[in-house]
Design a protein. Structure first.
Length: 212
């Protein structure tokens, strides 16, 4: 999509070094996903792709006859659901406008196109070197007994932008879920050992923030 990457804030060398500390590698990630091959934006590792680069996904496709057997028909309509995960400094309104224009250019003149926009929010990023971030790192290390890794992560929590915009307050987002937690799936889970250490981390965090 033309212009999709124009406003993207690149990863700093500090962030890339942090991501490189994550255990495993490309082969381990491929095996974890159970796919024959990894695919993604060139020039970035799979970790960088999934944590710090914007994405455009087709979440669902619906059209035509889908029951058992076959019917020799030409579908009268088709529908697709899309999600765009944005990163700093992309703007939802600008991206949606670009998407509408791009899809309209691709649409054949024999087809009527309708696009319904859902909810959207601007990306949010806390400086990894801020006093709050350093306090969080100390609390995590105290609770888990190892050096934490700083990384960006996809999510949809629009209110944190309002906290920053109207209150001038940053928000700490500390991820504790493991890679196999299956977030948002029917069998989503959370490791109980991580849950217990997360409670301990929260207690340490108040003390660290008070002295930050």
């Amino acid at each position: 999509m033309p212009g999709f990457y124009d406003d993207v804030v690149p990863l700093s060398s500090f962030e890339r070094k942090q991501l490189a500390r994550l255990p495993g590698g490309e082969r381990a990630y491929q095996k974890f996903l159970g796919v024959p091959k990894l695919f993604g934006e060139r020039g970035f590792t799979s970790t960088e792709q999934r944590t710090a680069r914007p994405t455009l996904e087709i979440n669902g496709l619906t059209s035509g006859y889908q029951g058992e057997g076959s019917k020799t028909i030409v579908p009268a309509w088709a529908r697709a659901k899309l999600t765009l995960r944005l990163v700093p400094n992309q703007h939802p309104a600008k991206i949606i406008k670009s998407l509408r224009q791009h899809v309209a250019r691709l649409c054949p003149p024999t087809v009527r196109l309708e696009i319904e926009a859902g909810h959207g929010a601007e990306p949010y990023l806390v400086s990894p070197t801020s006093a709050q971030a350093r306090a969080a790192l100390r609390a995590l290390k105290a609770a888990f007994g190892c050096e934490p890794v700083l990384l960006r992560e996809g999510g949809s929590i629009p209110i944190v932008n309002d906290f920053k915009k109207y209150l001038g307050a940053d928000t700490l987002l500390l991820g504790l879920a493991l890679p196999d937690a299956n977030a948002h799936s029917p069998n989503e889970k959370f490791n109980l050992d991580i849950f217990a250490k997360g409670q301990l981390m929260s207690a340490y965090l108040w003390r660290e923030l008070a002295s930050a």
